[in-house]
Design a protein around this ligand. Structure first.
Ligand SMILES: [Zn+2]
Length: 332
């Protein structure tokens, strides 16, 4: 067992209780991870074992021990895995190790039939010891529930069984390991799996729609509140020649009825003419909503200028002012 026991210096003038406290403090020293590696930085247990095996090989080379193969072999990976299992078991179950070695069974030892194998790994003996199963399943390796290595091992089993659910992943891990409170830790580990999240997650939910503005829902005459848009260009035959025209769409915001006016081009002058034709047929709207198309902005500017007495003609001024149109842009 890789535990450090400090030498006893002074035992005189000390009670049995004081001595026993000291002994316990000495035995339960924090185990050191293999080669001082930080295993919490690894995202894959395979990578962790491979890196550990490479470090092992490097140390062997420093000791001038010959390695037969250029690539890592199974025995080296097994050795690396055993190192990490022993470290994690000693980190979490040191008391049980002491209990098993001193033949003073702890509650966990009685419950799981713990014993330490010839490699120093703590295993469980269940009621399947006489079955034909592999040694890993008959005498699984004990693993703690709250450790990064356990999570990595569960993630590997989960990937090996093609991202199956909790029961399948748990059964896969139990072919080799016995994890205390296994189902809950498997469930919480699988909850973090990005691939499962992607496949099981529902579609993006639309946020609740805002209530419609008063102008859309309050009773008012048709075409009193309108939206503006353009359609086109359309090719038409005019005097045996093809010509491009656009259609200006005036849509009633309440009834959704539409009024169409053809325009020769996209200039503000043409729009104003179409707008006047619309007013002549449907009446003056009290509100106009449009997007930020340049011709609309220019048209709005023209109307605005008319309102601001730039147009000196009294007839036009009184006509435009009497329209009293509120012009809104959707996005500004
Ligand atoms: Zn998954």
């Amino acid at each position: 067992m890789n535990t450090s026991v400090a030498p006893v210096k002074e035992v005189k003038d000390q009670t049995v209780e004081e001595l026993s406290v000291k002994v316990v403090e000495c035995v339960y020293t924090e185990p050191v991870p293999p080669f001082g590696m930080d295993y919490k930085r690894y995202s894959s247990v395979t990578m962790l074992f491979r890196v550990t095996a490479l470090v092992q090989r490097f140390i062997k080379k420093l000791k001038r021990i010959e390695c037969e193969n250029d690539h890592l072999i199974n025995e080296e990976l097994q050795e690396a895995e055993t190192r990490w299992i022993k470290f994690v078991q000693r980190k979490h179950y040191m008391k049980d190790f002491v209990a098993v070695e001193s033949k003073r069974p702890s509650a966990l030892q009685k419950q799981l039939g713990l014993y330490i194998d010839d490699k120093g790994v703590m295993r469980c003996i269940g009621r399947l010891d006489n079955s034909d199963l592999l040694q890993g399943a008959r005498r699984p390796i004990l693993l703690p529930k709250s450790d990064r290595l356990t999570e990595l091992i569960i993630e590997k089993a989960h990937k090996e069984c093609m991202h199956f659910g909790v029961s399948h992943t748990l059964a896969k891990t139990r072919q080799k390991y016995w994890i205390t409170h296994g189902r809950s830790i498997v469930k919480s580990t699988l909850r973090k799996c990005a691939i499962c999240k992607k496949h099981e997650g529902g579609p993006y939910k639309m946020p609740p729609m805002a209530p419609l503005p008063p102008s859309r829902v309050q009773v008012s005459p048709a075409f009193s509140r309108i939206g503006l848009d353009y359609l086109g260009p359309l090719n038409i035959k005019y005097n045996e020649e093809l010509k491009k025209v656009w259609i200006c769409i005036f849509s009633c915001m309440i009834t959704r009825a539409i009024h169409l006016e053809t325009v020769q081009d996209m200039t503000s002058e043409e729009f104003l003419l179409a707008f006047k034709r619309f007013i002549a047929q449907r009446g003056t709207p009290c509100e106009v909503v449009s997007d930020n198309a340049t011709q609309f902005k220019l048209a709005s500017k023209v109307i605005h200028e008319a309102w601001n007495n730039i147009t000196k003609c009294e007839d036009v001024q009184s006509y435009v002012s009497s329209l009293g149109i509120n012009w809104h842009f959707i996005v500004d």
